[in-house]
Design a protein around this ligand. Structure first.
Ligand SMILES: Cc1cc2nc3c(=O)[nH]c(=O)nc-3n(C[C@H](O)[C@H](O)[C@H](O)COP(=O)(O)OP(=O)(O)OC[C@H]3O[C@@H](n4cnc5c(N)ncnc54)[C@H](O)[C@@H]3O)c2cc1C
Length: 515
């Protein structure tokens, strides 16, 4: 099998990372579905642009329905049926998130935006499972774990209009205790997978300080609890979704440059019924835990998108002729392909390590182990490095397509539009660097990372980067922040290269050009 073939299929490229052969059958079926049906649907959804919001039905009742073409729902539900949420929960003892991320990888190779609903649904299911009161779990979790089209979706809404990086200062949504539940009021400015049946939402309980520690995490259903309270509604036949009143409102759907397979909206919480997850004072930890899950999802989406951009560029370069031969045969382009293939192998290793470490620690609760802090550093490095890689690969892929690359009728421009969001959501590059710096300073996570990498690293390289990090940590606060980018980038590159060696995945460079 040539390396070119390995690039064209997400599963072939992941190759021996998928250790459990039982996982391969559903994954292969899922990839086949994408080739047979999903790719056409995905392209049409992207072309159709922002979906419509129907706020009222014809009789004036507020409904807030999102109007996608019917095929969208088929594409969306296919991943849930494949097991992106239910599979990790099917075997409670030793539950592993790997299958979630593998399905996500295949999804994002074909449609990077569609990874988002799956990721945020998982980021809703996990805190509900870990921190929800037993009656809350019994009431809501089975809906998220359904294996058919009636599955419920989740969402994670923290950011408000004044800013997402500094949540501690900027969350103005309030929470008031009201017996067995809470009442939320406020607006969420970036709400992806809007329309989801359940969302986890950051809010500030009355009287709590205007700091990160003042935040708590709540579960908010799309519909009010009317059905069960017997005030105002019925349960639709064949559905466990109460035909009740809306519990949150969608003000509008954002018009985005990409990721059109996930609707992002503005949400209004107006006396919305909510349920506290975990202890109130643990809120910020729970928010960060859910961010861990989606951050790894972002890493997966970035590597899958980078693979796709490279695969499409290669396919084009093999057939486009200039100066008497396929452009791939020209030494400069050939070298560029070789280098990018190698970088992609590094990115794959970094991604896999982030998934494996998360798998070890995702069930922890505060106070966390050292392993958890090691995971955090790896996740910050990987999110920062792979998102940038995806943007660079998508941009370069356009260039390989020449003028065709910028035409909306082909796919190369789409990958760049999709890629542009990857560095921003789940925390900007600045956030990754500064949070990475914090975990090195406060938990000495770099030491754990170096111990972790030592068996696979070249001793001189390890010594060199270790020395540079320690030197950097001696600087003043101002200098440390101002100068973090160069060293953080080098640490990420070193980590990725070393991990690629660990997995012995750096096979021969791509056989560019067939034969
Ligand atoms: C399409 C889309 C979907 C989204 N979906 C969701 C969602 O579902 N749920 C959700 O909660 N959020 C969502 N977000 C919000 C996203 O997480 C935020 O955009 C992101 O966290 C950055 O916040 P901000 O846009 O408010 O920028 P700001 O926080 O205002 O930051 C502006 C700039 O300042 C930089 N900056 C801030 N502080 C520092 C510092 N100390 N040092 C250096 N630079 C700094 C930032 O890195 C950034 O470059 C979504 C965003 C987009 C674009």
């Amino acid at each position: 099998m040539t390396n070119l073939e390995s690039l064209l299929s997400p599963l072939t490229f992941l190759g021996n990372l998928i250790e459990d052969q039982n996982q391969l059958t559903p994954l292969k079926e899922y990839e086949s579905w994408w080739r047979a049906e999903g790719m056409t649907i995905s392209e049409a959804v992207d072309r159709a642009g922002t979906p419509w919001l129907r706020m009222f039905d014809q009789f004036g009742r507020r409904v807030d329905e999102i109007l996608f073409p019917p095929d969208y729902w088929k594409m969306l539900k296919r991943g849930y049926q494949a097991g992106v949420i239910w599979r990790p929960f099917a075997n409670d003892s030793g539950a592993s998130l790997r299958m979630h991320y593998l399905i996500d990888y295949v999804t994002c190779f074909f449609d990077a935006g569609l990874g988002c609903p799956y990721i945020v649904s998982m980021s809703t299911a996990v805190p509900l499972k870990k921190y929800g009161a037993p009656e809350l779990q019994a009431r809501f979790l089975p809906h998220l774990l359904r294996r058919d089209e009636s599955v419920w979706q989740g969402a994670t809404w923290m950011t408000e209009a004044k800013g997402g990086s500094d949540l501690g200062a900027n969350v103005e949504t309030t929470a008031r205790h009201a017996g067995d539940h809470w009442i939320l009021n406020g607006d969420k400015y970036f709400a992806s997978n809007v329309g989801a049946e359940l969302a986890i939402i950051a809010a500030r309980p009355e009287g709590a300080p205007q700091t990160p520690q003042g935040l708590a995490l709540f579960l908010v259903p799309r519909y009010r609890d009317d059905a069960e309270r017997g005030t105002n509604s019925t349960v639709r036949e064949g559905s466990s979704r109460p035909d009740g009143q809306l519990n949150y409102f969608i003000r509008r759907i954002k018009n985005k440059i990409g990721t059109r397979s996930v609707p992002t909206g503005e949400v209004e919480l107006r006396d919305s019924e909510a349920y506290l997850l975990g202890r109130q004072e643990w809120g910020i930890y729970l928010i960060l835990e859910s961010l861990n899950l989606s951050r790894v999802g972002n890493i997966v989406g970035s590597v899958a998108l980078a693979q796709r951009a490279l695969a499409d560029a290669l396919t084009f370069a093999e057939r486009r002729v200039a100066f008497g031969r396929a452009i791939i045969e020209h030494p400069l382009l050939r070298r560029q392909f070789d280098e990018r293939f190698e970088q992609l192998l590094h990115a794959r290793a970094l991604m896999w390590e982030a998934i494996r470490l998360l798998d070890e620690v995702w069930q922890e609760t505060p106070r966390y182990s050292d392993r958890y802090h090691l995971f955090r550093l790896v996740a910050h490095l990987a999110k920062y490095w792979t998102a940038e890689l995806a943007v660079q690969f998508a941009k370069w892929g356009m260039e390989v397509h020449g003028g065709m690359g910028v035409l909306a009728e082909y796919s190369a421009e789409r990958w760049l539009r999709e890629a542009m969001i990857l560095p921003i959501w789940e925390g900007t590059p600045h956030r990754q660097m500064l949070d990475g710096l914090e975990v090195m300073e406060r938990k000495r996570a770099h030491q754990m990372l170096f111990d972790h990498l030592a068996p696979h690293a070249h001793a001189n390289d390890l010594q060199n980067i270790s020395f540079r990090i320690e030197q950097h940590l001696q600087l003043s606060v101002e200098e440390k922040e101002a100068g973090i980018e160069g060293i953080f980038h080098d640490l990420a590159t070193f980590t990725a290269r070393t991990l690629a060696r660990k997995y012995a995945l750096m096979s021969e460079p791509p056989a560019v050009g067939r034969g």
